[in-house]
Design a protein around this ligand. Structure first.
Ligand code: NAD
Ligand code: TYD
Length: 335
């Protein structure tokens, strides 16, 4: 099976490529990635000499390069490419609109032109908006995104749905909850807190720290994407979640305790504007129809993840320089 993965140099995409090539000897992957600040060739260094892997640097909004790769007629395109950080979307939504919406249009058009049998759009729980203290999101919930990031992802979902309805394109959409694990860029909660704690830097907790996220190990997400890509029904949406809710502050305290650091590093800072209070996924459809279940418990996964950041200090130290420091100062400077 030949797959075109887009955004494969980021956190989830690189885990997906490593998982797929490790699991299936008959899978070949081409990875189209622009190498934005979030893309890192280091993540896939172990595959450099693999005859079943090829990297192409390029932008999913560039019709020429997308056409060249789609004309090779992969059996599926799996789109991880996106601007993915809510806080950056608050600073400037432009790149989110371009990549997350217009890029998806280009990919969908290429699927039509070259008769690609399956397009997998990797979406997010954030398209549903925010939950109160009880309940969970199912696939039939309305889309009520609150950040420029989630609005751009919701737009892409609608576009993908429209291409299914209007042109009969074989599209499946996955919506997953918050991922954690190796190779996550240290701007997101868990790697930010681990790496800041290791550097004895302030741990900035937004608002009262009582926002809730539903955590899933990235490997469980990758396994779900594989199953949906192979067996999902055309036009369907599949929620993916870890059934694992935590208050942010509890995650931060847990990391501090595991690393033997002091809680005095915690600083409650000005809240994120439009901050969603709670996410919780109902993934029953995926479990009952396609047999997927998350396998990695949070206590096990977080230990592994903390150990990965301890073992791969060079990886994240290389990132926390230059552009990262500028972003950090812009976002956290006045908080
Ligand atoms: P990431 O920011 O780590 O990686 C994004 C990748 O996309 C990078 O390699 C980047 O270089 C590439 N990219 C960005 N713009 C591009 C463009 N125009 N053309 C080609 N490549 C481009 O993101 P991630 O956390 O790995 O998320 C991957 C996907 O999963 C995203 O679509 C995101 O919305 C979705 N998602 C993420 C989470 C999460 O918790 N991280 C949860 C649910 C869904
Ligand atoms: P994040 O990892 O950015 O994921 P998302 O906003 O997409 O869910 O943030 C997870 C939660 O952690 C969210 O409620 C915001 C909060 N948070 C902080 O409190 N401090 C931080 O420095 C960051 C990055 C996030």
């Amino acid at each position: 099976m030949n797959i075109l993965v887009t955004g494969g140099c980021g956190f989830i995409g690189s885990n997906f490529i490593i998982y797929m090539l490790g699991k299936y000897p008959d899978v070949n992957i081409v990875n189209l990635d622009l190498l934005t600040y979030a893309g890192n060739l280091e993540n896939l260094k172990s595959l450099e000499s693999s005859p079943r892997y090829r990297f192409a640097r390029g932008d999913i909004t560039d019709r020429d390069i997308v056409s060249v790769l789609a004309s090779e007629k992969p059996q599926a395109i799996v789109n991880f490419a996106a601007e993915s950080h809510v806080d950056r979307s608050i600073i400037d939504p432009s790149a989110f609109i371009k990549t997350n919406i217009m890029g998806v249009q280009v990919l969908l058009d290429a699927c039509r032109e070259f008769n690609i049998p399956r397009f997998v759009q990797i979406s997010t729980d954030e398209v549903y908006g925010s939950l109160g203290p009880v309940g969970s999101f199912s696939e039939s919930n309305p889309l009520e995104p609150n950040s420029p990031y989630s609005a751009s992802k919701a737009s892409a979902d609608l576009l993908a749905h429209a291409y299914f309805k209007t042109y009969g394109l074989d599209v499946v959409i996955t919506r997953c909850s918050n991922n954690y694990g190796p190779y996550q860029f240290p701007e997101k909660l868990i790697p930010l807190m681990i790496t800041n704690a290791l550097e004895d830097k302030v741990l900035p907790v937004y608002g009262d720290g009582l926002n809730v996220r539903d955590w899933i190990h990235v490997l469980d997400h990758c396994k779900a994407v594989d199953i949906v890509m192979r067996k999902g029904l055309p036009g369907q949406v599949y929620n993916i979640g870890g059934r694992c809710e935590y208050y942010n502050i509890d995650i931060v305290r847990l990391i501090i305790n595991k690393l033997g650091k002091s809680e005095s590093l915690i600083k409650f800072v000005k809240d994120r504007p439009g901050h969603d209070r709670r996410y919780c996924m109902n993934a029953d459809k995926l479990s009952s129809s396609l047999g997927w279940e998350p396998e990695i418990s949070f206590p096990e996964g977080i230990d592994q993840t903390i150990q990965w950041y301890l073992d791969n200090q060079k990886w994240w130290e290389g990132i926390k320089t230059g552009e990262y420091l500028k972003y950090y100062d812009t976002w956290y400077g006045d908080r």
